[in-house]
Design a binder for this molecule. Structure first.
Ligand SMILES: CC(C)(COP(=O)(O)OP(=O)(O)OC[C@H]1O[C@@H](n2cnc3c(N)ncnc32)[C@H](O)[C@@H]1OP(=O)(O)O)[C@@H](O)C(=O)NCCC(=O)NCCS
Length: 172
């Protein structure tokens, strides 16, 4: 694999702008995400900071960013609810900018998130992936995620209804 100057950083206030920008960029680059181009615009950064206060204060979730040569190229987030009965679970979102696919960045981000979840006593991590997102499914299977169920016609992508696969991993 070619050498790239990759760094994984935990989000902080100064990295929020980079996060919002790479999130908007990756939303528009593939049909793998729930959001389409422009649905989560960059908008007002100060307002975005307010919306992410919980995460910045280590409450409920975490975001890791992948940087190549000081440019944000991908992210993974672990988010969750605070209710007692479900607070042992976190939901994963991951995306890498298309130009950087298949360079090991998604895998590195996922491993970082799993390490964080284990260190923070999270019992289970899970995610939803569109049925036709073969590459992402292979990535998750490689990390020990198992298929837990299929939701019929949960998405509408490129004028077609698409099933959604639920995948999960119990952390021991
Ligand atoms: C899914 C995604 C995050 C993977 O990121 P990535 O940095 O390209 O993944 P990696 O290079 O770390 O891949 C690690 C392994 O996962 C598997 N994999 C990842 N993408 C794959 C693809 N398109 N086809 C086949 N296998 C793939 C391979 O086993 C790969 O190892 P290898 O390259 O040594 O064969 C990226 O394709 C992406 O951002 N897609 C658009 C957004 C999205 O679909 N997010 C997931 C929503 S559920």
């Amino acid at each position: 694999m070619e050498y790239i100057n990759l760094k994984i950083k935990k989000i902080n206030e100064s990295l929020i702008e980079g996060y919002i920008k790479i999130r908007a960029k990756t939303d528009g680059e593939s049909s793998g995400m729930t959001w389409t181009k422009g649905e989560r615009p960059v908008g007002n950064i100060e307002e975005q900071k307010k919306a992410l206060t919980g995460i910045l204060n280590n409450q409920g979730g975490i975001i890791f960013l992948a940087y190549v040569d000081d440019q944000a190229v991908g992210y993974m987030s672990l988010s969750g609810e605070t209710a007692e009965r479900v607070r042992h679970v976190r939901t994963i979102t991951v995306a890498v900018s298309k130009k950087y696919w298949r360079k090991g960045i998604g895998l590195k981000l996922m491993k970082k998130g799993i390490t964080w979840a284990k260190a923070n006593n999270i019992h289970k991590i899970h995610l939803w992936v569109w049925q036709n997102n073969t590459g992402a499914k292979l990535l998750y299977e490689r990390l020990g995620f198992e298929i837990e169920g299929i939701q019929k016609d949960a998405g509408f992508i490129n004028n077609k209804y698409v099933d959604r696969t639920m995948m999960g991993k119990i952390l021991k």
